[in-house]
Design a protein around this ligand. Structure first.
Ligand SMILES: Cc1ncc(COP(=O)(O)O)c(C=O)c1O
Length: 402
């Protein structure tokens, strides 16, 4: 077995406190614990759009769903994506050459690294950010390099931190934008400065835009590949899981220039086989009606972020910024205990499971991540938030904080 696999957390022979491993989630549910831990809109409730449902049903009733699409994806879906990229991302791409459909964006992220990263190669990622940015690199034998972003600078990119960690083994940067877990939507200035760093040092950047669809307060969502001189060296990853709330369909896509995507076209049949046909057809419908879908979801998530922020921000020992995107919150609870202590405390005291901040990199210790986008019913979320508030106030009083 390769050395890194031996040390992976969550195998069959190790007890771990992770909801996505073994039967932990089932056990918690039996104990009446609610999960605000999956970044999966409305989980576990049914909020499947009527037209998307109809597209899936049609693919079943006319038999299309029975068969493969091309390994690189359905042509009509790719054409629809190219139109969306031009309208929303200022990207003009050839759908026949620059897009590969994948079974979700996790697969897309891994696939983007495979041709380029091998043992000893260093890949820089903001810390805290999405755990796979570190883990996928390690699985390939590469070395993830954490580049801190800090609360005092609003978790924005500081390019000096990248420069300080550059070595002759640095191959790539992975950036999650908007970031998970901080929800920060990186400013145009930050993106331009990072783009210059990537160009100057002849690197490739993978930008994961899984959360691009729901951005608040008129923040500008800048697509790195649309900046001058960046299309050539950027692999961008997209998903319909988050903004569209269609995580179970497992559709993501990779957008890259000919020279980078060439190897993925050549190997798609070996790596992907093909993504699910019914899901790809449903994704076409979802993309066509994205404006209406996203308007509805954005309204819900905007309301919930404000409810959550208002409920927690004045608790002594709790620090947070109002979420800038999506349906997540990133909360500093370090004055109340370690991340793991507060996760376990909330299970006991509030019957809620949230994520421990230390999953998102070393800078995440002392934080928890919470998904206010779960469940369909706002009233249910409000009641859960109230339980979290009461529990944290109690903890704060026990710690003597005012
Ligand atoms: C930043 C980020 N990228 C990618 C993914 C994977 O999403 P999917 O594979 O459903 O597209 C997630 C899921 O939580 C995520 O948070």
């Amino acid at each position: 077995m390769k050395p890194y696999f031996r040390t992976l957390k969550g195998g069959l022979f190790e007890a771990v406190n992770k909801a996505d491993v073994g039967d932990n989630a089932d056990k918690m549910k039996e104990d009446g614990v609610v999960m605000l831990s999956w970044a999966d809109p409305f989980f576990p409730d049914d909020k499947l759009d009527y037209d998307v449902r109809a597209a899936i049903e049609k693919s079943l009733s006319d038999g299309t769903a029975q068969h493969y699409t091309a390994p690189i994806g359905n042509t009509e879906l790719k054409e629809t994506i190219a139109k969306k990229l031009s309208e929303d991302n200022h990207l003009s791409v050839n759908p026949k050459r620059n897009i590969v459909i994948t079974p979700g964006s996790d697969a897309a992220l891994f696939y983007s690294l495979v041709p380029f990263i091998g043992p000893g190669d260093e890949v820089m990622s903001v810390d805290p950010s999405y755990p796979n940015n570190f883990q996928a690199v390690q699985i390939l034998g590469g070395i993830p390099v954490s580049v801190p972003v800090k609360p005092e600078t609003g978790f924005e990119i500081e390019v000096e931190e990248f420069e300080r960690r550059l070595t002759n083994r640095t191959k790539m940067v992975i950036l999650t934008n908007p970031n998970n877990p901080t929800t920060v939507v990186y400013s145009r200035k930050s993106m331009e400065v990072l783009a210059d760093f990537v160009k100057k040092n002849d690197l490739i950047i993978v930008v994961d835009q899984a959360f691009e669809d729901i951005v608040f307060d008129e923040k500008e969502m800048v697509t790195m590949a649309s900046l001058e001189g960046m299309f050539e060296r950027t692999i961008t990853i997209f998903s319909i899981s988050k903004g569209f709330g269609l995580s179970g369909l497992r559709v993501g896509y990779i957008v890259a220039p000919d020279v980078l995507i060439d190897t993925m076209f050549a190997s798609a049949v070996s790596v992907i086989g093909a993504s699910n046909t019914a899901s790809q057809l449903a994704a076409i419908t979802a993309l066509h009606k994205r404006k209406a879908l996203l308007r509805d979801y954005k309204e819900t998530f905007d309301y919930r972020r404000k409810v959550l922020y208002d409920a927690l921000r004045d608790i002594p020992g709790v620090e947070m910024q109002i979420p800038q995107s999506a349906f997540l919150s990133w909360i500093d609870v370090s004055k109340l205990g370690s991340s793991d202590e507060i996760v376990n405390y909330l299970i006991e005291e509030a019957k809620v499971f949230v994520n421990s901040g230390n999953c998102y990199g070393g800078m995440g210790e002392g934080y928890i991540r919470l998904v206010q986008g779960c469940y369909r019913d706002d009233k249910m979320i409000e009641a859960i938030i109230e339980r979290i508030r009461a529990a944290l106030i109690k903890r704060s009083l026990e710690k003597g904080l005012r």
